[in-house]
Design a protein around this ligand. Sequence first.
Ligand code: HEC
Length: 134
Amino acid sequence: MKLIVFLMSMGMLVYAADGYKVYQKHCMSCHVEMMEKSEVLKKFKTLKAPPMVEVSNRLKGNIILKEPDEMVKRRVVIAFIKDYIENPSIDHSMCEVGALDNFGIMPSLKGKLSDDEREAVSQWVYDRYKGVQF
Ligand code: HEC
């Protein structure tokens, strides 16, 4: 039993590490990992994209299930991120209008990440900010 728990936590660690590596390679150049809201307002003009802590919190706040279920919600948010990486668009973005004017729409990363990498980084975006408010 202890061994199983140990192996499961190892598996999760490996997954988390992968997602973070994908983030560092493909997302970090535009989305900074952590930034306070007050700092974002100050540096707004110099940022290339909303910080990832903001993206994660906005998606979790905007995607509301009729029957609240943490696991289902996690899957739905992850599916949104996974899709957005390849198909960013004005119709899908949850960014405020002012922010969109400033940043423009995210360029598609289609073909740059494998399906596994998109899954791992999307899980990371969800899990990294558990309990971390923006
Ligand atoms: C070249 C810059 C750039 C890169 C690289 C980039 N993004 Fe973005 N991203 C943006 C910008 C700008 C926005 C805000 C406008 C929009 O919603 O399209 C954005 C928005 C998003 C959104 C939607 C947020 C919302 O509120 O609707 C998600 C999700 C997202 N990015 C995830 C990622 C992930 C995951 C990666 C890495 C795999 C990544 N981005 C890489 C520029 C980038």
